[in-house]
Every structure is written in structure tokens, then in C-alpha cells.
Design a protein around this ligand. Structure first.
Ligand code: UD1
Ligand code: CA
Length: 452
């Protein structure tokens, strides 16, 4: 949108969070509060937004600096003081949207409507408000018809004013020039000794400037995170929005109440999510996959039609038609080609498993390259660690690994080779050979004496 700047206030510590993290770094649905706000703003289509940072600046800057400009507020003297630090980044001819980094549920369409109204009415400022049954803690809106008179903070409000249910969401649109003039006149004469941004409205009132109110119908958008309980409340709403979104896109969610999908996850139509399933980070799940019950999956790709149940998987690729679980653990660097079977109590780490291979029970496969259509018997272990370093195991196509084989790495099992059950394999096995490593069975007859 032309001639529109965006400023996000995020310098505060968030004292009430009682955390070493700056407030806007806390996450809901797998994404920090500041990223939620930046994502909403990005859909408004402006130039790089200005983010005001102060407390814990380095941490936040690392996360966001490639998508915004940073203004610094070294001391947090209030929201008005914060915006003064951002003025050098603004053009007096523009409008600016101001919002808070601690308001993750704001929707892009609401921002677009705010600007539309602001411009249509040629307002000096437009304030986004909401009606709350429990307005405690928010600035209250005192108005005359549709025009704002002033905003009074909870701590400065008279008992009658505290009963007002319409609150300031902390999101506004201003004409930059008039905002700048008004900010030069605000003072910290209030109960918190802060420079309040909201005091500019007193100045606008005195000069009879036009200030509009836009009340959002979704009061959740107003939720500003100041405490851990508000963080939990916002996360619950965010997860519900994500579930609704994917159900609208054709995903079956058998039990929405026990299914949690992070904001960055991508699901295809006809994916089916069974109960007690948590899908985190940038996971992508393709058509007809059935995930759950009881799955925790993070940063994975799950191919078409794969089935995963009672499983934990992280940073793994699970190709089309794979069957995983119950009780499998896929660790980072696992790559399963099509139609691989990973069964119960199998752990796979940093290994490439080629198409059609089966690892059905009780195995540990780490740092391995496993060929096509290999069968790995129950209890097989790749002994990849000698206490000092990790070594690789290679198992070629069509090999048959007998139950309870120990493969002491580095070692290679040739194409179509067989290992005898219970063998500890320390040397390479040629293609099509049988390797057995077992001591000869001994029989002691009449070993057990009959009891009298
Ligand atoms: C503010 C509003 C209040 C509104 C509420 C909505 C003021 C004076 N009050 O109150 O009317 O109902 O938001 O959530 O503006 N920040 C800075 N620098 C500072 C102070 C704050 O960058 O010096 C940032 C914070 O990091 C936060 C945002 O501004 O992202 C809001 O600050 P906060 O202290 O949470 O304001 P509220 O008391 O909630
Ligand atoms: Ca707040």
C-alpha cells in the first residue's frame, strides 16, 4: 500500500511474564509473538516495518532483522517515548500504523479495514477498539458519538471510567505529521510516570482534529500478552483458529480438542489427524496421510498416504506410503524412501532407508545407509559409537539381517547378503554371502537333577 509505514512497539521487558526472555520472544502455536505480528503486517503490503526494540534487543534482533528496520529505545519510558524513537524512520507525508509486538491475534483483514476507514474519512487518527466483558488492565475509550475524546489508562481511571467495556487495543493509524507534532507535547504526568502514546488524543481533541474509532467484532484480536495466563489464553485461541482453517481446507480432525497444529504447518486435503496428535514447526503433510493417534511430529515431511501412529518424529522425511509405529522414534536426519516400514520400538537416527525396506521391531539404526527391500530382523543394532567417534554402517539392496544382529561400525553388508541370527558382525560381508558369528551350541544331558 503506498504512503503507509508500520511501527511495532516491542521494547518492553514484560515484567509480569517473570521471564529472562523478552516478552515478544515467547511463543504461541510454535511462533514467537513478534513473528505473529510481523506475519499479519506483511499481508498489508508495506515496506519493511520499523520494530522498536529495547530490553533483550540482541535476542529479538537476531530473529527479525532480515524482515524489518530496527529503532532502539534504550530506556523504556512509555509507549509515547517509544514512538518518538521511531520518528526518524517515518515520512511526514505518510500514514503510519502503530501496533504492539505483544498482540499476536490481530488479523490482517482488520488492519486493512482500519486503514481503509482512516483514509476514507481523512482522519488524523483512527483507533482500533474492542468490547471486552473483562476490560481490566486496558485503556478505556471515552468517546463522543463515533469520535474519540480520550483514552484513560486503567491505573489513571476514575471508578466510573473503569466500568467502560470498550478498550484500546493498542493498534492505531495516524497521519505522521500530526502524530509527530502531538508527541512533542506529551508529558509523563500520570500515575506510572510514563510518556503515554495515548496522550496524543488529548492534544488532538484540543485542536478539534478528527479521530475515529473502529471497533473489531472479534474481541480476541485485542488480547495483549502481559502474563503467562494471557499467553496460554492466546495460544488456545490461536490453535483453534489453525484447526478451523485446516478443516475448511479439507483436513479431517477427529478430535479437535486433543489436536495441536502449529501456525507454520502445511496440510493437504484429505489428511486425517487422529486424536492426541501434536504437529509442530514447519512440518508438511501431504494428501491422504493418516497421522495419530498419539503422534508428536516436528519439522518433518510426511508423504502421500503415509501412516504414522504412536510415534515421535523430528526433522525426518517420511516418503509416500511409509508405515511408522506404533512406538517408533525417528530422530533428525532420518530419510525414509517410499513404502518403508518402521515398526514397534525402533529408533532411527541420521540414516537413509531406501524404498520398500522393513525394520519391523526392536532395532536401533544410526548413521546407516540401508538399500532397497532390505529386511532387518528384530533386535538388530548398529553399534555406531565406540565411545570416541560415530562410524557408518552400509547395508546394500536385498540384504537379510538376521534377528538380534550387532553390526559393529564401520561395516558393510553386501547386496543380497545374509547374517545369521545373533551374530556380532565386525567385518564386511560380501554380496550374497552368509555371515554367522556364534559359538557352537553345547548340550549337557541330564544337567537338571529331578527333584525328590
Ligand atoms: C497499552 C495502552 C493501553 C492499551 C493496551 C493494549 C498506552 C499508554 N497504553 O497499555 O491503552 O489498552 O496497550 O494492549 O499505550 N513498549 C515499548 N516501550 C515502552 C513501553 C512499552 O516499546 O517504553 C511496548 C511494549 O513492549 C509492548 C507495547 O509497547 O509491546 C505495549 O506496552 P505495555 O506496557 O504492554 O502497555 P499496556 O500497559 O498494556
Ligand atoms: Ca500490553
Amino acid at each position: 500500500m503506498p504512503n503507509l509505514a508500520v511501527v511495532i512497539m516491542a521494547a518492553g521487558k514484560g515484567t509480569r511474564m517473570k521471564s529472562k526472555l523478552p516478552k515478544v520472544m515467547h511463543k504461541i502455536a510454535g511462533k514467537s509473538l513478534i513473528e505473529h505480528v510481523l506475519d499479519a503486517v506483511s499481508q498489508v503490503g508495506t515496506e519493511r516495518p520499523v520494530v522498536i526494540l529495547g530490553y533483550g534487543r540482541e535476542t529479538v534482533e537476531k530473529l527479525v532483522s532480515d524482515r524489518c528496520q530496527i529503532a532502539v529505545q534504550a530506556e523504556q519510558l512509555g509507549t509515547g517515548h517509544a514512538i518518538i524513537q521511531a520518528l526518524p524512520y517515518l515520512d511526514e507525508k505518510d500514514d503510519v500504523i502503530i501496533l504492539s509486538g505483544d498482540q499476536p491475534l490481530l488479523k490482517p483483514e482488520t488492519l486493512l479495514e482500519l486503514i481503509r476507514l482512516h483514509r476514507e474519512h481523512k482522519a488524523t487518527a483512527t483507533v482500533l477498539t474492542a468490547m471486552l466483558n473483562e476490560p481490566y488492565g486496558y485503556g478505556r475509550i471515552i468517546k463522543n458519538g463515533q469520535e474519540l475524546e480520550r483514552i484513560v489508562e486503567e491505573k489513571d481511571a476514575a471508578p466510573e471510567e473503569r466500568k467502560i467495556k470498550e478498550i484500546n487495543t493498542g493498534t492505531y493509524c495516524f497521519k505522521v505529521l500530526e502524530l509527530k507534532e502531538a508527541l512533542s507535547q506529551i508529558t509523563p504526568k500520570n500515575s506510572q510516570g510514563e510518556y503515554y502514546l495515548t496522550d496524543v488524543f488529548n492534544i488532538f481533541l484540543a485542536k478539534a482534529a478528527k479521530v475515529l474509532i473502529h471497533c473489531t467484532l472479534d474481541s480476541n484480536e485485542a488480547l495483549g500478552i502481559n502474563s503467562r495466563s494471557q499467553l496460554a489464553e492466546a495460544e488456545k485461541i490461536c490453535y483453534e483458529r489453525v484447526r478451523q482453517h485446516w478443516m475448511n481446507e479439507g483436513v479431517t480432525i477427529v478430535d479437535p480438542a486433543s489436536t495441536f497444529i502449529d501456525d507454520d504447518v502445511k496440510l493437504a486435503p484429505d489428511v486425517c489427524l487422529m486424536p492426541f496428535t501434536i504437529i509442530k514447526s514447519k512440518t508438511e503433510i501431504r494428501e491422504d496421510a493418516v497421522i495419530g493417534p498419539q503422534v508428536l511430529i516436528e519439522s518433518c515431511i510426511c508423504g502421500e498416504g503415509c501412516e504414522i501412529n504412536y510415534t515421535v518424529a523430528r526433522e525426518a522425511v517420511i516418503s509416500e506410503g511409509c508405515k511408522v509405529g506404533p512406538y517408533a522414534y525417528l530422530r533428525p536426519g532420518t530419510y525414509l524412501e517410499a513404502n518403508v516400514k518402521i515398526g514397534d520400538f525402533v529408533e532411527v537416527k541420521k540414516s537413509h532407508i531406501s524404498a520398500g525396506t522393513k525394520i519391523p521391531h526392536l532395532s536401533y539404526i544410526g548413521d546407516a545407509e540401508v538399500g532397497k527391500s532390505v529386511n532387518i530382523g528384530a533386535g538388530t543394532i548398529t553399534c555406531n559409537y565406540d565411545g570416541f567417534k560415530k562410524s557408518p554402517t552400509k547395508i546394500c539392496d536385498h540384504a537379510f539381517i538376521g534377528s538380534n544382529t550387532n553390526l559393529v561400525a564401520p561395516v558393510e553388508i553386501g547386496e543380497g547378503a545374509v547374517t545369521g541370527a545373533g551374530s556380532t558382525i565386525t567385518e564386511n560381508v560380501p554380496a550374497k554371502a552368509l555371515a554367522v558369528e556364534r559359538s557352537k551350541q553345547m548340550i549337557k544331558n541330564q544337567y537338571v537333577k529331578d527333584k525328590k
